[in-house]
Design a protein around this ligand. Structure first.
Ligand SMILES: O=C(O)CCC(=O)c1ccccc1C(=O)O
Ligand SMILES: [Mg+2]
Length: 375
């Protein structure tokens, strides 16, 4: 592969509606895009799924900008690559910073697939033509609003509804949901908000016939998740706990979960995502693809990885229109009856709308081979 130029974009996009989790509310997405160009003028795109503040993990958008600018982009421009898989070993020099690594790796994967004239899904070994999707709904101050939203999303055909919970916004809300929608496929996501001291509340959740409880406890705590899983009938799904193949292996060995949420950014990129996918497939641990309120570029990567066979449960990759007035890809992502088509075109298979990106770009930096920084 010849990577001639890398461009970093710092972008801010206003979300159609604010999104609230147990760790805070987002009104805007403030994130990075990476464009990797080759000598033939092809461009590959990646998205850094960080937020303005380090609330979900230790990374944040400005830290990733520095990480990419000072360390990761120079590494890519200095080393010659045969295949995007080579990047992981090169990036191993630097600790963690998975979302920054993933953004650059994703751009290289897209460029690789485009240079071979195949879809990113195919380059990754995917074999589905459509993927099943659900939707993730934030915490609402009035449960009436949440119930109305669920009715609307059910009508739109999403294959399952995920609702965010936190202590004090759990059992009562779930009772109301189950009263009104006794049979919808339903799951909850706690984003670390509980501890083993909340065992009584967590056990009570078994009565709601939930598909899973996502990340009830602290990210680093695989042992306590295993203790909790032993007490619960509902499968635990891990999100924030899984940053690597090793984390996945340990979680499976300890029986800390029955399901894993895959986020490409959280695990440091597509190569790691594939390895975790293969391990989980062997161990009979089903996956689904999580979301980070991505723009169309991150969304396209999510669709591509979800085309792999062990993504057995509906993911969080909802329609572009759920998040944005105008997305930055064409066509936008559309979920119809809870299904999204996997594009066949080269790379991510969507056109990137540079005019639309321009409108949201706060800062842009160009890095060239041999002269690490220009402009
Ligand atoms: O719609 C999406 O992109 C997923 C929304 C979501 O649940 C989420 C959004 C931001 C940060 C963390 C999470 C999560 O899955 O925990
Ligand atoms: Mg989650």
């Amino acid at each position: 592969m010849n990577i001639d130029e890398i461009i970093l974009y710092k972008v801010q996009m206003k979300m159609k509606t604010p999104f609230t989790t147990s760790f805070g509310t987002e009104h805007n997405r403030f994130f990075l895009l990476v464009e990797a160009k080759n000598k033939e003028g092809l461009s590959g795109w990646g998205e850094c799924v960080t937020s303005e503040r380090p609330l979900y993990s230790e990374e944040f958008t400005q830290s990733s900008w520095l990480m990419l600018e000072k360390f990761l982009i120079p590494l890519v421009l200095e080393n010659s690559l045969d295949h995007p898989d080579d990047l992981q070993e090169i990036f191993d020099l630097y600790k963690l910073n998975n979302m920054a690594k993933s953004a650059l790796e994703g751009a290289v994967w897209d460029l690789y697939a485009k240079s071979k004239g195949i879809s990113l899904a195919k380059a990754l070994g995917g074999n589905k033509s459509t993927v099943d999707v659900g939707i993730s709904l934030g915490i609402e101050s009035k449960s009436e609003n949440l119930l109305n939203l669920i009715a609307e999303k059910k009508e739109e055909g999403y294959k399952r509804i995920k609702v965010k919970i936190m202590p004090g916004k759990d059992i009562e809300v779930l009772s109301q949901i189950r009263n009104k929608f006794p049979h919808i496929p339903l799951m909850v996501d706690a984003n670390n908000a509980y501890s083993l001291e909340d065992m009584k509340t967590l056990k009570e959740m078994d009565k709601f016939d939930l598909m899973m409880i996502e990340q009830p406890l602290t990210a680093g705590d695989l042992v306590d998740h295993a203790k909790l899983q032993e007490e619960l009938e509902t499968p635990i799904c891990l999100d924030e706990s899984i940053h690597s193949l090793e984390n996945a292996r340990q979680a499976i060995e300890l029986v800390s979960c029955g399901i894993i949420n895959m986020k490409i950014g959280r695990v440091g990129g597509l190569t790691n995502a594939k390895k975790i996918h293969d391990l989980c497939e062997n161990e009979n641990i089903p996956l689904w693809c999580g979301g980070m309120l991505e723009s169309g570029i991150g969304r396209a990567h999510n669709i591509a990885i979800t085309s792999l066979s062990n993504f057995k449960l509906p993911g969080d990759t909802a329609s572009s229109a759920r998040y944005w007035e105008n997305d930055i890809i064409e066509p936008e992502v559309v979920a119809e009856n809870g299904r999204v088509d996997v594009p066949n075109g080269p790379g991510i298979g969507f056109d990137v709308n540079k005019n639309e990106i321009e409108k949201h770009t706060l800062e842009r930096k160009v890095f060239k081979q041999n002269s690490k920084k220009v402009g």
